[in-house]
Design a protein around this ligand. Sequence first.
Ligand code: PMP
Length: 392
Amino acid sequence: MLDRLQDTPPDALLALISQFAADERADKIDLGVGVYRTDDGATPVFEAVKGGERRLLDEQDSKSYLGPEGDKGFVKALMPIVFGADADTGDLIDGLQTPGGTGAVRLAVALAELAGVTRVHLGAPSWPNHVPIIEDVGLEAVTFSHSNDDGSADIDALLEVIRAGGEGDAVLIHACCHNPTGVDYSAEQWDAIADALSTSPVLPIIDSAYQGLGEGLEEDAAGLRKVLTKVPYALVAYSCDKNFGLYRDRVGAFYIKVAKADDMGPALSNAAALARANWSMPPDHGAATVRIVLSDEGLRKTWFTELESMRKRLRWVRAYLAGADNKVEGVPLAHLEEQNGLFAMLPLNKDQIGRLKTDHGVYMAGSGRINIAGLTKGNIDKFIAALADVAA
Ligand code: PMP
């Protein structure tokens, strides 16, 4: 029976990790896997998280099952961060804990399907797992162009999808720090998106996986909040894996916005049933730690400071690359400064990406995506010189 299975191609980025590890050059540069790195190239555990974990260790008195909704204290503690400290979410927004942002995207798409959605529109390129999740749930993934060649967002393409869409359509939008392009919508564009959605039957699914890594915690959530105040129904997939550095602990949340309080019970119970069928209940440790960090004034401040230093470093790398725009022929870098988050796309062909690896020890995704955080004060000049060499 199992002999019917055909090989499925390995994840290209994961294959890059082993190639990078096997490369013996001391000055090799890893721009592949999407994790934050310090200027020393490390991905350390946050001080705030260490503090939260210490308290968890002391205080936790049981590891008994919690249920498919996970740690509700975590879900509630995160809400002011996502929706705003002053937001009156009342009975109209609620959610449950999920295994990472991936679990939250899965629940969003699966709940949309239960509610009658048959197609999910999304800007391309997107996080490579979006389309597989949509299709695995049994829905059609329909792509539109996310950005223009000049590095701006293709807002017209998104607005057209929202205007033309009908019942049964959903649209998946990245809240900030778009993966893989770094191209986000401006404040005015978010106004237009929220207005268009307010008169459209298209269900918004907003994926927020990098809040705080772009322009600031508040700024990065502003678009999402605008949409939520204008639309009757929306789904939000949230990840704490980047902004708390908890990647392998799998910390996420799924929120539902409804038009009237009576809708919440059925929506949440269906989401819980889907969670139960998929993973029964989410892992506790990371979410419990985030709950402690967010509810302890000192740890919360430490987290803000750590997140700010990450954001500043990403902005420094972007500004530095933009400043080297005239050093690299044919690869525009100036717009990287206006873009946000961990990722950027460079318009390089396969041959150039291959030469960056073989001639210079620079490892990046075959799509041209680079992890901005892989660049440091120690390697950024070498990277710019390597780019100039392959682009010449
Ligand atoms: N959405 C987007 C846009 C992402 O980039 C990612 C992770 N890279 C996720 C969701 C999933 O996040 P997590 O690692 O928390 O599952």
